[in-house]
Ligand binder design. Structure first.
Ligand SMILES: [Zn+2]
Length: 107
């Protein structure tokens, strides 16, 4: 399961790891992708919910597995706004908090 991260904290750590990158345009792309995810955007390869952080960095709408080729997302993060939406819905439906992002988006 993803760890939630604040968008500004993510951009800050991205800049530290990629000093030559233009974080201003990434901030804009990230805001658009987060908005798209809230509106139900899906991966353009497998139709699962997109991974906002990864989609913003690679520049196409993809889920964690299609972007990274890995199944375990526990070492990665997702923007808190779109993770929080999910856990709020999960609580509303009385779903266990251990449920993964992918599963809870099926509601
Ligand atoms: Zn996918």
């Amino acid at each position: 399961m993803f760890s939630p991260i604040n968008a500004e904290d993510f951009l800050k750590s991205y800049k530290e790891n990629n000093p030559g990158e233009d974080v201003g345009s990434l901030r804009e792309v990230l805001a658009n992708v987060v908005e798209a995810k809230k509106n139900g955007a899906v991966c353009n390869q497998c139709k699962r919910p997109i991974w906002a952080v990864g989609s913003a960095v690679v520049g196409w709408d993809g889920c964690f597995t299609c972007i990274t080729g890995e199944a375990d997302n526990s070492k990665d993060c997702e923007i808190d706004g779109v993770v929080a939406t999910c856990s709020y819905e999960a609580r509303k439906f009385g779903v266990r908090s251990a449920m993964s992002i992918k599963e809870c988006h099926q509601f």
